[in-house]
Design a protein around this ligand. Structure first.
Ligand SMILES: Nc1nc2c(ncn2[C@@H]2O[C@H](COP(=O)(O)OP(=O)(O)OP(=O)(O)O)[C@@H](O)[C@H]2O)c(=O)[nH]1
Ligand SMILES: [Mg+2]
Length: 365
């Protein structure tokens, strides 16, 4: 116990977090894009990530002949895009890509240009994907809808939606978008994001929402992806067979150290105990931030029970994200010389824990 607290304060001395980072990198929540050449898949990824076509291009690693995956952000990824790079007329076999997507947290987006009714290659791929039953969530995007006359638009969209329905059934959402409007905005952007986050909650964490936020929140948004990345690595420790190579506390400690630096706060024993104090000692224990104790048993105090590895992974993700969130809040106020209330810290933690668990990709939402 004492040792573990020391690890928190001075994490530099031993932990090799690489195995956890690598494991998570192999198991990222994935958004799979399916669509003909020119449908708008790359444009979609750019619209979401804010990266230029050059950056998206460079970030892609070919995984099969017909698909490429893109980890976002590249350095410390929290999610993955799988791009089928244009289904041609040749028969596309989604088999390898289905394996690539893995078993956890993934969703499928089919992109069809509204004025393109010839979708046989996409539909036959979709039929095979459906058969495998590995993908639960589908969103159909009709792109470039503003290029069509208003009188044609509804008919085109309905036609393509019916084609998809014929192979997939009725259980999917369908949305008309345009990525290239005259004023540079995206037509139906908000609707697009909310459909996407329904399917893959991590999306809500990585996509910029044009909503009002406080200065504190803006500051957190700058480090949020890093916090998610650490949370992903923490969750990996519950799933890596060689348990004990890396510990959740070691990862959390490294995260806290890095965050404190970025807020210009010195990370030492005093800051550590003040942070814990600000959350409340008994709260910390109840929520399992008991520095290693839960790792031995996968015992989750807040549930009062022992859980399986996947649920534990979701919990580790949520707790690490929650800890990162409140730490940033604390550091921000600390750097301004302002006090924080325990209530505010706890509310923030609970909220972040919930969002983090959903974003982990290890839980059905
Ligand atoms: N006006 C308009 N143009 C679009 C839209 N989406 C894509 N485009 C254009 O369509 C062309 C093809 O888009 P991409 O995103 O490269 O298509 P893709 O699906 O990635 O194609 P492949 O990489 O060949 O599979 C580009 O010139 C885009 O600018 C849209 O919503 N509106
Ligand atoms: Mg492309």
């Amino acid at each position: 116990m004492i040792e573990q607290i020391k690890d928190y304060i001075n994490p530099g001395k031993n932990p090799d977090l690489t195995p956890a980072h690598e494991f998570r990198r192999k198991n990222l929540p994935t958004l799979w894009l399916l669509g003909k050449t020119g449908a708008g898949k790359s444009t979609f990824i750019q619209a979401l990530t804010g990266l230029s076509s050059v950056e998206v291009g460079n970030g892609f690693a070919p995984c099969t002949k017909t698909a490429a995956s893109y980890d976002f952000p590249q350095e410390k990824p929290v999610m993955r895009f799988l791009d089928t790079r244009g289904l041609g007329e040749a028969d596309y076999d989604p088999q390898d890509d289905l394996e690539e997507v893995g078993k956890l947290g993934h969703a499928l987006v089919v992109v069809m240009k509204a004025d393109e009714p010839e979708q046989s290659s996409v539909l036959s791929a979709l039929k095979q994907i459906k058969k495998k039953k590995q993908i639960n969530h589908l969103l159909l995007i009709h792109s470039a809808v503003l290029l069509s006359e208003e009188t044609d638009r509804e008919r085109q969209i309905t036609f393509n939606r019916n084609q998809v329905e014929a192979v997939w059934g009725k259980d999917f959402n369908s949305l008309a978008v345009d990525f290239e409007t005259e004023d540079g905005s995206i037509y139906h952007y908000d609707e697009l994001i909310s459909y996407l986050e329904e399917m893959l909650p991590v999306i809500s964490m990585v996509v910029d929402k044009k909503e009002h936020s406080t200065i504190e929140e803006k500051n957190f948004n700058r480090v949020k992806k890093e916090v998610l990345w650490y949370a992903g690595s923490a969750s990996a420790t519950d799933l890596i067979p060689a348990v004990g190579l890396v510990s959740v506390p070691a990862i959390q400690a490294t995260m806290l150290h890095s965050l404190a630096n970025q807020y210009g706060v010195e990370w030492d024993k005093r800051t550590f105990s003040e942070l814990i104090g600000a959350l409340g000692g008994s709260f910390v224990v109840r929520y399992g931030l008991k520095f290693g104790a839960r790792e031995l048993f996968k015992f989750i105090p807040v549930y009062g029970q022992t859980v399986g590895a996947v649920a534990a992974a979701a919990m580790s993700f949520g707790m690490t994200y929650g800890l990162g969130r409140v730490a940033c809040y604390y550091f921000y106020n600390n750097s301004k010389g302002e006090a924080v209330s325990q209530q505010a810290m706890q509310d923030l933690y609970r909220d972040a824990l919930k969002k983090g668990k959903a974003a982990s990709g290890y839980e059905e939402n």
